[in-house]
Structure formats: C-alpha cells, structure tokens
Design a protein around this ligand. Structure first.
Ligand SMILES: [Zn+2]
Length: 350
C-alpha cells in the first residue's frame, strides 16, 4: 500500500512539476485587430484584466486605458509599437480614476494623459498616502486568500489556472506599488466633452458620470465605428444610476444621445474589463431606457405628480421588455425602482 502511495505521489509530482516553476511567470499577451488603425491588447487567459485600445492616427498613437500592473502595460506598449511599426505615443486616455485603470499611467509618461476633471481627486485618494497603503494591504490580503485557495483547487482545472494567474499578478503588483511607483496624472482635463482632431480620425471624449464614478468618460471614434466605454454596466444588467454620485446625469444623457444618434455606425464596443461584454444593441437600449425615464419623470414632476405615480407608470415588462431577462434584482433591491428614485431625486433638485 505504501509503495502505491509513493508511486502515486511521484506521478503527481511529475504531473504538477512542470507547472509549479511557472507560478510567477508573466500572463500571456493577446491582441485583436479591429482595423488597420485600431487594436485591442490585453493579458491573461483566466483572470480578467484591462483591455487597452490603441489607435494609429496621423498625429501619433492614442491609447485608451492603462492597467494596474506596469509590467503588463510595458508589454502591451511593446505590442502596440510592433503592430503599428512606430512609437510616437501622443495621448493616453483614462476612462475613470480607479487604480486598476490608472496605476500603469507611468508607462506612458512620455505621452499627454487626458481624463475627466473629476479623475484627479479619486486617483490621488487611491494611489497616494494612506490610500496607497490600504491598497497594498488589500492586495496582500488577497494574495494570502489565493495562496490558501491554491491548496484546495484541483490541479489542471480552470480554477487552478485562474488562481495561478491571480497569484502571479498579485505578487507583481504588491512589489510594483512598493517600489518605483510614481502616480502619473493627466494634464489635460475636461468637464463635458472634448474633441481631438487627429487627422485621419476624430476622437470624441464625452463625460458619462453617474453610473460607475463621477469621472467616467466614453470615447467615440466615428471613423472607426468604435466606442470605448470603460466600466459602464455590461450586457447582463439593467443599467443603473448611483444615487451617491453627484454628476449631472442630463449631461451624460445628452452625450449618450450624440453617440447613438450619430450618422456613423457603431461597429465595436470596448468594455475595459476583458471578461465583460456590452453589445451595441444593449448600449442603445440602455440609452433609450434611461432617456425615456428621465424625460418622462421630468414631465410628471412638472405636472406635480408623485414618485409613486412614476413607479406605477413605468414598468420593465410593459415599457422596456428588452431588459426583462436581465439582472434587475440586486442587494440594492429592484434596480428599476432604484433608478426611478435616483432620477426623481435629481430632477427634484433642479
Ligand atoms: Zn472601475
């Protein structure tokens, strides 16, 4: 019996051995061409990471989204250089302040960084002083959890590789944030919108605050039919407006309308997180849903009606059946009712 166990242990050892030394190796790199002038690059096969968009314009390369790990951004940058055969990085655009989208800005310090004016405060809070200490502690805690999880996952399973990618990424980020990290801030900030004429393409940057952070922006490149949405709500959810955010949502809706009602077709929608998806159709339906509610509720408010009347008048089943099979119920309760309350609060303050 003992020898059987020994043999089994040996077989297990040679089976697992080739994988173990790679535990801290780099995540695989992937890229996808959207056109001759547009590219999406990301890392990893199992864990979600950030999908960076790169555009080859007449006036230099424009990158949308940095990520959390400088090492990954440096590798992504090299793919962009190789694919486009040039290295004249002109702009990096941050879609919002979150650290997983801005810690890697340093890799593009030779370019001009552009973002919404509300980004600075959030980025400073997360990536300097106490905020940075907390972030590193959070990652150390996550690493401990992952290392514990690693002992229970079945070798070669999907979870095994997922945990392996997470451990390797956490080790790198903990080290990177504690040594040589320089928070690198945008120098061009805008409030409602900003258009960049890049010769062969136009970049329309729109403020989209209120659903994820108060610094969200969406980038529309009509000539490429490309919309980069950052962390907007994905396909499977009914979108929702966060009550705690203070962005003027009428500006977000005005900007959203400009994109979906543009004469240019939308062909590609890039969500920042590599495991998330948002279809062009859902993006348009999200707008129709929130715009209809906003307009309808504003009218009801003008007529002196009550929020209860609004909740009775607009239902997902009758008015927005497109979303009837999406996630509507969350820890916040019913998102549709929550949206009506969020909109009512905002229009009551106007
Ligand atoms: Zn985010």
């Amino acid at each position: 019996m003992r020898s059987i166990i020994k043999i089994a242990a040996f077989i297990l050892l040679i089976y697992v051995m080739p994988i173990l030394p790679q535990a801290e190796s780099e995540l695989p790199l992937h890229h996808k061409r959207l056109s001759e002038r547009a590219l999406v690059v990301w890392t990893g096969d199992y864990m979600q990471t950030i999908a960076t968009v790169a555009l080859a314009t007449d006036k230099g390369i424009v990158v949308i989204e940095a990520s959390l790990i400088r090492k990954n951004d440096a590798r992504i940058r090299r793919v962009i250089e190789k694919e486009f055969g040039r290295n004249d990085f002109k702009y990096l655009i941050n879609t919002h302040y979150h650290h997983d989208h801005t810690a890697g800005n340093q890799i593009y310090s030779d370019a001009t960084i552009i973002a919404h004016k509300n980004l600075l405060a959030g980025m400073k809070e997360e990536l300097t002083g106490e905020g940075l200490v907390k972030l590193v502690d959070k990652f150390k805690h996550m690493l401990k959890e992952m290392e514990e999880a690693q002992e229970h996952v079945e070798p070669q399973s999907r979870d095994y590789y997922l945990v392996k990618e997470r451990i390797s990424s956490l080790k790198i980020v903990i080290e990177e944030l504690q040594s040589g990290f320089v928070p690198t801030y945008p120098s061009i900030l805008f409030e409602k919108n900003l258009t960049l004429d890049m010769g062969n393409m136009t970049l329309q940057l729109y403020s989209f605050g209120g659903m994820h952070t108060d610094s969200d922006i969406v980038i529309f490149v009509p000539e490429e039919g490309l919309v980069a949405v950052g962390d907007l709500p994905p396909d499977q959810w009914l979108p929702y407006i966060r009550k705690e955010l203070t962005s003027d949502f009428s500006v977000t809706l005005e900007n959203w309308g400009r994109i979906v009602e543009s004469k240019w077709d939308i062909k590609h929608l890039n969500m920042a997180h590599s495991n998330m998806h948002l279809s062009v159709e859902t993006f348009k339906e999200q707008y129709r849903y929130l715009h209809t509610l906003w307009e309808g509720l504003s009218e009801m408010h003008r007529q002196g009606l009550k929020i209860e009347d609004a909740k009775k008048k607009y239902t997902i089943e009758n008015d927005f059946p497109y979303f009837k099979d999406r996630i509507v119920q969350t820890s916040k309760g019913n998102i549709h009712e929550y949206n009506i309350e969020a909109i009512w609060e905002r229009i009551s303050k106007k």
